[in-house]
Write a protein that binds this ligand. Sequence first.
Ligand SMILES: NC(=O)c1ccc[n+]([C@@H]2O[C@H](COP(=O)([O-])OP(=O)(O)OC[C@H]3O[C@@H](n4cnc5c(N)ncnc54)[C@H](O)[C@@H]3O)[C@@H](O)[C@H]2O)c1
Length: 345
Amino acid sequence: MNILVTGSEGYIGTRLTAWLMAHGHSVRGLDTGYYRDGTLYLDPLAMPAAPPTVYKDLRNLTPGDFAGVEAVVHLAELSNDPLGELNPEITYRINHRGSVDIARAARAAGVARLVYASSCSVYGVAAGDLVDESSPLDPQTAYARCKTLVERDLAPMADDSFCVTFLRNATAYGPSPRMRFDIVLNDLCALAWTGRHIAMQSDGSPWRPLVHVEDICEAVRCVLDAPAAAVNGEVFNVGNTQENYRVRELAEIVAAVFPGCTVSAGPARGDNRSYRVSFDKIAACLPGYRTRWTARRGAEEFLRLFTRIALAEDAYRFRAFTRLKQLQHLLRTRQVDDDLAWTRA
Ligand SMILES: NC(=O)c1ccc[n+]([C@@H]2O[C@H](COP(=O)([O-])OP(=O)(O)OC[C@H]3O[C@@H](n4cnc5c(N)ncnc54)[C@H](O)[C@@H]3O)[C@@H](O)[C@H]2O)c1
């Protein structure tokens, strides 16, 4: 299948393009390149050559960008809550309207399928029972609200000639060349490696569902390979019901894996994002799909990676691996303007 992946140079995108190419797909990338300043590792054995990539802001797409494309996997957005709050108006422009425009343009260009990277953060506060795809949504931030708006506006576009699927991903973890240390397990592992101590900023009581980046890639692949009737208009939470953790449990798992690491808890504070999620639908209904990773195995994988690349404190703290720091740097140095558009070609 000819697939266009937007956000192909991001944390998930670099792993996903490689995963799809390794599974026989023909892949093109599209990305504006906000995080190109940093690569945590380059592994020619594990990473095939990057796909042909168009460097372009998604706000400037034209029908020609979809020529020959059979499926779009849309990842390119401002990808977490702090980024979303930087300038909520721009967040709506890129994450909400930009995503709707991409879907419209893809449909008009005759693209047959679109997979949208949504997020479990749409559930907001739901610390009691497990939430599933039919639960009410309670987005707490501009980032999460945009995810719900995109789902709302794309759902009616699904028809016999345009198959749309929504993947509500849990919080990802795992290595990627375009690393993110601003997501919980990646951050805890880097703290454990560089300082041998995890000082939690809170009592660690909020729940988080976690999923390995490779299990996200496999979900996308299974959706693209599935008969349209099995996935058209469907929403799938992406993860595994066994992989809901309290943050303090994650810290303890990491401390058990990284030699000599200790943990201290911080004060109780009302984290307004806490949710436990059921992933039973994807296991039952997405043909061929199962997750392969657990948080513990993910921590062990990081220990091997950090040993191999001798991760140093300055690499862990490097701005490009924390999405907010990098965009603030691009703004401060006027490489991007207030609309987050590049000031130079
Ligand atoms: N990583 C997670 O834990 C997670 C969880 C749930 C959902 N998601 C979603 O998955 C998607 C990918 O996440 P990620 O972790 O890889 O994020 P990321 O920030 O690493 O990657 C996003 C990519 O999109 C690009 N991009 C941003 N704005 C753009 C624009 N206007 N035009 C063109 N390209 C643009 C960036 O340059 C970047 O390479 C996002 O939509 C995110 O909301 C991620």
